[in-house]
Design a protein around this ligand. Structure first.
Ligand SMILES: Cc1cc2nc3c(=O)[nH]c(=O)nc-3n(C[C@H](O)[C@H](O)[C@H](O)COP(=O)(O)O)c2cc1C
Length: 201
């Protein structure tokens, strides 16, 4: 399944074709490919090259670990996300290791690393669905996340299912819905706030 989009300008395939699906298959992802995803995250840029991210990971080949991670998800996410072969929780370090000062870009940089992971996955035929809907306190407790770090987002990682049979009617409708975005006029300004910068003089 693909979700066509209407883009105002041409895009590279990875960005045009990526989306956050609900219908995952439990098909195994090889350790080599999983390794590539986290290697891609590793090479993200970060403020002062601090690399504040940490990913907690569990696959369906570790049933107990996987169950513990799935238990952190809100029910509305767990129903579909627990079919993915792999779950992850991204975390970020809130202070610079180099001087103990607050890292204002800690959340920004774990987001960059996550998008690297997502696009690498897309290039290897694997889909990802990031989720705010999880319990960060439960994750802290279960995985002993130190107070130096925040749990930021859960991520379902897996091959897409070949059909929508595992989804209820409401989820099917969501899955089939279009990908929508604000227009560029709302988000790219020049000179003064609110004046559209496109294209681009
Ligand atoms: C930080 C973050 C949190 C999200 N949380 C959830 C979530 O809890 N449940 C969910 O179904 N989707 C969640 N999403 C997915 C977004 O709804 C989705 O990315 C957005 O609607 C755009 O759709 P697309 O990724 O298919 O282009 C989240 C995405 C991000 C980046």
């Amino acid at each position: 399944m693909q979700k066509p989009i209407e883009s105002s300008f041409p895009l590279t395939d990875l960005i045009r074709e990526r989306w956050s699906p609900l219908a995952f298959s439990e098909k195994r992802i090889s350790p080599e490919i999983l390794g590539s995803l986290f290697e891609a995250a590793r090479w993200a840029p970060s403020s002062f090259n601090e690399q504040p991210w940490v990913f907690l990971v569990a696959t369906q080949d570790q049933p107990e670990e996987f169950r513990r991670m799935a238990s952190c998800l809100v029910e509305a996410n767990r129903v579909w996300a627990q079919r993915a072969y792999c779950l992850a929780i991204s975390c970020t370090r809130l202070e610079f290791a180099r001087n103990g000062k607050p890292n204002r870009h800690a959340y920004h940089d774990v987001g960059l690393a996550t998008q690297n992971l997502i696009l690498q996955a897309e290039s290897q035929g694997i889909a990802c669905h990031p989720m705010a809907g999880f319990d960060p306190l439960a994750a802290r407790e279960l995985f002993q996340i130190p107070t130096t770090h925040d749990a930021v987002a859960a991520i379902a990682i897996g091959y897409m299912a070949e059909n929508l049979l595992g989804l209820d009617e409401a989820l099917k409708q969501r899955e089939l819905g279009p990908r929508v975005r604000k227009p560029l006029t709302d988000t790219v300004f020049t000179g003064t706030w609110g004046r559209f910068a496109g294209p681009f003089g």
